[in-house]
Design a protein around this ligand. Structure first.
Ligand code: GTP
Ligand code: MG
Length: 268
């Protein structure tokens, strides 16, 4: 009896160099979407997924996960807003602390990667303007038109600004998409042919993370980020290696560690 081998199977095993080459041979533009805690609380998940479906957008799912957003991840994701008046409430919002103060198990976002031509702009258009009031005014029908504004008050009860509960996050540019996708997802979260950024197999010793620093050996409370043989974003491995060699890393170690700590523990 002859066994038919599909063209896809015949290609395996594919080396990382071949896979990295393959990545550029079709449209692999990707964008990160977060369905935020207010959308989950208001049962809008299905609505958002329908709006972003392949039928409407021509885009395909790359990856998906349910995430308990820990503080380091929230702070890395919104690093550009550090110091602004709405920053603390933004972090508490994305962590689910504001919508689920008494239900820590319900503090989640749904993180999605969509792939295809024009992915970043297509999804930004369907989301609409950041401010839900402007969204309702200028783009009725967009997802954020269903959001709300919440007044922010100081300790004395004086209104000092507002929080924008706008249901969904979408990457703003290609380079932001790359940064954000690598912040929320490991290569292993994607089907191998849906990885849009270069990967490398770690041939170094282990990388453990504890109290913001790295080590090659485990000690109590340390988390193993990367073990020998693991497939890693190449840029992450460059950062880990630089730190180990005492060089200035190209990116923050926390930005590498954050994704490996996703759903690791229930702590904030
Ligand atoms: P995201 O998709 O969530 O990144 O929104 P965006 O790209 O449309 O806006 P941006 O990245 O500038 O801001 C991130 C989040 O911070 C927004 O979703 C808002 O919740 C909040 N935010 C941004 N700008 C303001 C502002 O001027 N005032 C207030 N209150 N919140 C803001
Ligand atoms: Mg943004």
């Amino acid at each position: 009896m002859r066994i038919a081998i599909s063209p896809l199977c015949a290609e395996f095993p594919e080396t990382h160099e071949e896979r990295n080459h393959h990545m550029h041979s079709e449209n692999t533009e990707q964008t990160l979407v977060l369905i935020k805690p207010d959308a989950l609380k208001n049962s809008l998940t299905g609505y958002v997924l329908s709006q972003l479906s392949e039928f409407h957008t021509g885009l395909r799912f790359g990856g998906a996960k349910i995430v308990h957003v820990h503080r380091m991840l929230a702070e890395e994701h919104y690093a550009e807003h550090r110091g602004k008046v709405f920053y603390d409430s933004l972090i508490e919002y994305i962590m689910g602390l504001l919508h689920y103060p008494d239900d820590p198990e319900r503090r989640r976002v749904i993180a999605l990667v969509y792939q295809g031509q024009g992915a970043v702009q297509k999804i930004r258009d369907i989301c609409g303007p950041t401010n839900p009031h402007i969204a309702r005014d200028k783009r009725p029908g967009c997802i954020r038109a269903l959001g709300t504004l919440v007044p922010l008050k100081d300790a004395a009860g004086k209104e000092v600004g507002e929080r924008m509960d706008n249901l969904i996050h979408a990457s703003a540019t290609d380079s932001e998409a790359e940064r954000e996708i690598k912040l929320w997802f490991k290569p292993g979260d994607f089907p191998p042919l849906m990885r849009s950024f270069p990967t490398e197999v770690n041939e170094d010793d282990h990388y453990y993370f504890k109290e913001d620093s790295l080590s090659a050996v485990h000690s109590r409370g340390g988390v193993c980020l990367v073990a020998p043989g693991d497939v890693v974003w190449k840029s992450d491995l460059d950062t880990l290696r630089s730190v180990r060699q005492g060089l200035t890393p190209p990116a923050a170690v926390k930005a590498v560690a954050a994704k490996y700590l996703i759903n690791y523990s229930a702590e904030g």
